[in-house]
Design a protein around this ligand. Structure first.
Ligand code: COA
Length: 266
């Protein structure tokens, strides 16, 4: 176990890296130091071949209460340039998690509010306990969910963003599931077991294929927005490259030969 200031990093022999936000006394709210450290951590995991996936969770009874309001309030003493620079670093954290090549799973053990909801919007799979609460509470503090909005809106769409961003009302895990922020809801007592089971399912995917599948989703969206006529060419080139790759050949061979592929423990 590696304790990096305000988060704990655990690496298991399968390459599953768990990052636990660890400021339980203030519900894992994040400040500039955590933003910088976590950004660097995710950048390094992105290029670390021994890491197959990342699980993000929180210590104590909450997942993350968003930005540390003491830190945010202190911005009034920053220059305009410092203030903007600081917002860019916050955006950089969300961008880095969102674009991380490896699958990123969130294990939501309690409240995920403001930037905490933003964090889960950047994850590929989100499992929440039934008692978790969510919300874009910023407007109730005279603030806005500005930096997280692109990531959140990609998950919940315009209609839900308008309803929940404008009201700042908190909502439960069932609503989070309905609007696409969360993928599975389980009782708190089952969270560990259910997440372990889900991790095992993710580990059945070829390590390269899982990363490529994420890239596929991102690139198809980008092409559709910027260059729709090239989507088909891109998808055809992608499958041509992947099906002739060593991992693609091994995966198909394993199924045909009724054996496990070489990335699955026998
Ligand atoms: N930043 C800084 N401190 C925070 C915080 C945040 N985002 N969220 C909670 N805290 C602090 C509280 O001020 C309190 O400090 P204290 O012990 O010095 O009084 C401590 O964490 C415990 O919080 P408390 O509200 O007493 O715990 P709770 O279990 O009743 O409620 C929450 C937990 C997370 C539901 C509640 O604290 C909350 O709603 N926080 C605000 C979250 C939010 O709106 N975030 C968006 C920020 S943009």
């Amino acid at each position: 176990m590696n304790v990096e200031n305000h988060y704990i990093k655990e690496v298991d022999p399968r390459g599953v890296v768990t990052i636990t936000l660890n400021r339980p006394e203030i519900h894992n709210a994040f400040n500039d130091q955590i933003i910088n450290d976590l950004t660097r951590e995710f950048q390094s995991l992105d290029s670390d071949d021994s890491c197959r996936m990342v699980v993000l969770t929180g210590a104590g009874k909450s997942f993350c209460a968003g930005a540390d309001l003491n830190w945010m309030k202190g911005m009034a003493n920053y220059s305009d340039d410092e203030n903007i620079e600081d917002s860019r670093r916050l955006s950089g954290l969300f961008e880095t998690i969102n674009k991380c090549r490896k699958p990123v799973l969130a294990k939501v053990n309690g409240a995920a509010l403001g930037g905490g909801t933003g964090l889960i919007a950047c994850c590929d799979f989100v499992m929440a306990c039934k008692s978790a609460k969510f919300g874009f509470t910023e407007v109730r503090l005279g603030l806005l969910p500005a930096v997280i909005s692109p990531f959140v809106m990609a998950k919940i769409g315009e209609s839900n963003a308008r309803a929940w961003f404008l009201s700042g009302e908190r909502f439960d895990a069932t609503v989070a599931l309905q609007i696409g922020l969360v993928h599975q809801v389980v009782p708190l007592d089952d969270l560990e077991t259910s997440m372990s089971r889900m991790i095992e399912k993710f580990l059945l995917a070829g390590p390269m294929a899982a990363c490529e599948a994420k890239k596929l989703v991102m690139n198809v969206l980008k092409f559709k927005n910027e260059n729709p006529s090239e989507v088909t060419e891109y998808t055809c080139q992608t499958i041509s490259r992947i099906r002739t790759s060593p991992e693609g050949q091994e995966g198909m061979g394993a199924l045909l030969e009724k054996r496990k592929p070489n990335w699955v423990e026998s």
